[in-house]
Design a protein around this ligand. Sequence first.
Ligand code: NAD
Length: 336
Amino acid sequence: MPSERKYLVTGGTGFLGSALVKAMVDRGDDVRVLDNNFRGSASKLGEAYLDKIEMVEADIRDAGAVDEATKGVDMVCHLAFINGTKHFYEIPEVVLDVGIRGTQNTLEAAIKHGVKEYVFASSSEVYQTPPSVPTDEQVPTCIPDTLNPRYSYGGAKLIGEILAFNYGRKHFDRTLVFRPHNAYGPDMGFEHVIPQLALRMRRAAAEAGGGKIPFQIQGDGSETRAFNNVHDFIAGLLLVIDKGEDRNLYHIGTNEEVSIRDLVLKIADQLGVEIEIQSTPRPAGGTPRRCPDISKLQGLGYEPKISLDDGLREIVSWYADWADRHPEKALELSAI
Ligand SMILES: NC(=O)c1ccc[n+]([C@@H]2O[C@H](COP(=O)([O-])OP(=O)(O)OC[C@H]3O[C@@H](n4cnc5c(N)ncnc54)[C@H](O)[C@@H]3O)[C@@H](O)[C@H]2O)c1
């Protein structure tokens, strides 16, 4: 595949961004990263990769910094966004500001500097409660309630897609949008379902001191998700970057669907904890079923390879090790 191309990856010290940057460097691409480390960290890249990239520490809302960082690149991959469900509820205005202003800044800079290829990271959250599952890229997007702060994120993603396709129409050779569906892996952050479940369960088990422990979950556990291992995700994203067709959007995910009840039991199994699941009401804005149709990406050669069981083994042990090394922080985070 193409090498010696120069990429700007915004959000490149985040969970997915850092994995993308590493994969790009490994195959010989030239990479510049822009991130303000709001949620990312240079440590996700590590010294070996930091030595091989250009790192720009700046806020995506700073138009001057984005302009400067965009000079001389062949493609902008725009991933910088405020992710993490907790933030959607607590700082929706910042989610919107970073999402919309950041996307506009990257588009304007790309146009100004004659960059011809632009990739925008959207989300499965643009469907909210999809009317059909598995959900393909043609299913209508939806913001059910503008009063619910939860939709600050999905709303900003939708506006971002519209901005990208319409700014790109005249100015870019390829405008590509990808919608990740529940990517997961070690060091993904804490405001996500698998890390939260694992940390909370470890804490409950430690407090109970043995035996079967009651374990509360949001909803009745029948909700489903399809968790996409980060290694598979990156393989899919590189296909979009290399082979995606102009003005197209692509799901990146897996069709291995699992109920939250089964997910919780699998995590308990990996932690060696016996639990009794207790249901609580599903929060407003929660989605009962989510699983992407990935045929379009499969058409580019994508095939997810890592099973949920294998992927869970890796992530659960990563968070368990992390909690052993940071007991106080783990205690605090397990209360999220
Ligand atoms: N992880 C998933 O399953 C998933 C699902 C759907 C969409 N996405 C999207 O994919 C992209 C990457 O997600 P991720 O899981 O790596 O999340 P992440 O939070 O780890 O990465 C986002 C990055 O953006 C950076 N950022 C936030 N605000 C910024 C600002 N003002 N200026 C500069 N940088 C800023 C953060 O520091 C972080 O490094 C995001 O756009 C996210 O919305 C991810």
